[in-house]
Design a protein around this ligand. Sequence first.
Ligand SMILES: [Zn+2]
Length: 117
Amino acid sequence: MHLLPETKGQSHHISVQMYSLESHCLDCDFVYYGQTDRALATRVKEHGRAVGVCYSNSKIAQHANQFGHSMDFDRTTIVDKARDYHRRLFLEAWHSQRDQNSRNEHIEIPDIYKSLA
Ligand SMILES: [Zn+2]
């Protein structure tokens, strides 16, 4: 799919992969939902590095380091796909809201949607 109109003699191929992702802890029920506009493998590597350096802004790193738990990054799954940033934020919130083991921060979703969760 072409997101930009093609210019003569020059084609614009933009590869976009945007995911809502779900990562589980190997040692407890902790689950993390996030979203990215990059390749899933790239985002998972970043989470792994965040754990390695105890990055304090990462909920996954905080969890892993606080409890000495290991995240099962190999089992990270794509739970939804959306190209639009705001849709991804909504989906992140939607999945986080539905899963009581989720500890990640997310946007507030309107009450009307919560009743559907
Ligand atoms: Zn855990």
